[in-house]
Design a protein around this ligand. Structure first.
Ligand code: SF4
Length: 331
């Protein structure tokens, strides 16, 4: 199998049925950025896809989706302990684009592009210079995986791996499927919810024809993010038989209340998505204003456990550099 010469990772992936509309700056609205917000946007661009932008109440500065995407002067303050690379990921690089952090799994960073720029993203300062831009540049990573029989699962990450065209996903998985020790393919993506048109027929065909067992981990922080089109995309994925999990980040002002987290779990389960992780914020420079105190996080989880069935309560987790696994915190 020959990999394509170039991987399509520009902002309009190769999916013909329903092209998402990525709005880099204004989403067709006139937005007034103050000077601090402009400087923050200069550091990490404002970016929100059309479908997601339609879920925002733009006149409400505290709208929980708006807070996640709107640049703020608060990003210009970096308290001690907040850094550009809070998880020190560079140490895990085994080949271009290939991170090996945990046993039996590898993470392939397919792209540095995302349909949305989340202001709290722990990779917001990442230059993604290690990510291959030509298909053949994946050869060292693929050969590394081929030589490691302990690896059972490949995780496609990014940026957002669904910024990569279906044909390029197919080229990579065709090669991975020749490795008998691999069992599962996991995708970490925000696309089904924030740009649901990406879950098109071509993608679903690729997914259903995979020989590796697919698991998709979406990223939703607030129930308002699950609009009509996002729910329809999740229904298409559920109908394709894929295991769907969600991970959220606990964000001050967005989802740091029992009512919001309970409503989030409820709408996820209704859409056949298991609430999997609730992450404490990674201490990335520019995101300190989103930090939720750990004691409050534990207390929120305690109350959720009293109100929800066990399958609907996410695990409270923290990632630390140089640790062999995520740390799951007791409530
Ligand atoms: S979609 Fe994920 S990788 Fe992309 S900016 Fe948001 S949190 Fe970061």
């Amino acid at each position: 199998m020959k990999l394509n010469n170039s991987i399509n990772r520009d902002s309009t992936p190769n999916h013909s049925e329903e092209e998402p509309d990525f709005c880099n700056t204004s989403c067709g609205r006139s937005l007034n950025f103050d000077e601090g917000a402009l400087r923050a946007a200069h550091n990490f661009a404002f970016r929100v896809p059309r479908v997601f932008s339609e879920l925002i109440h733009w006149r409400d500065p505290q709208d929980p989706i708006l807070l996640q995407v709107m640049p703020s002067a608060l990003e210009l303050t970096t308290p001690p302990g907040f850094t550009a690379d809070p998880l020190e990921e560079a140490q895990f690089l085994k080949a271009p684009g290939l991170l090996v952090k945990y046993a039996r799994r590898v993470l392939m960073r397919l792209t540095g592009q995302c349909p949305i720029h989340c202001r709290y993203c722990f990779r917001r300062h990442d230059t993604f210079q290690d990510v291959p831009t030509q298909g053949d540049a994946w050869r060292p990573a693929l050969e590394w995986i081929r030589r490691e029989p302990s690896i059972q699962e490949v995780i496609f990450s990014g940026g957002d791996p669904l910024m990569v065209a279906n044909d390029d996903l197919l080229a990579l998985t065709t090669e991975l499927q020749t490795m008998g020790h691999l069992k599962r393919l996991r995708l970490h993506t925000r696309m089904p919810v924030c740009s649901p048109g990406r879950i098109n027929n071509g993608f679903l065909v690729w997914l259903t024809e995979l020989k590796l067992t697919p698991i998709i981990i979406i990223h939703v922080n607030h129930p308002n993010e699950l609009g009509r089109e996002g729910c329809a995309a999740l229904a298409r994925l559920a109908a394709a038989g894929v295991t769907l999990l969600n991970q959220s980040v606990l964000l001050k002002g967005v989802n740091d209340s029992v009512a919001v987290l309970e409503a989030l779990s409820d709408i996820l389960v209704q859409n056949r998505v298991v609430p999997y992780y609730l992450h404490l914020l990674d201490p990335v420079a520019g995101a300190a204003h989103f930090r939720v105190d750990e004691a409050l996080a534990r207390s929120l989880l305690r109350t959720l456990r009293q109100r929800l069935p066990g399958y609907a309560v996410p695990r409270l987790a923290r990632e630390r550099p140089r640790h062999p696994a995520k740390e799951v915190l007791e409530a």
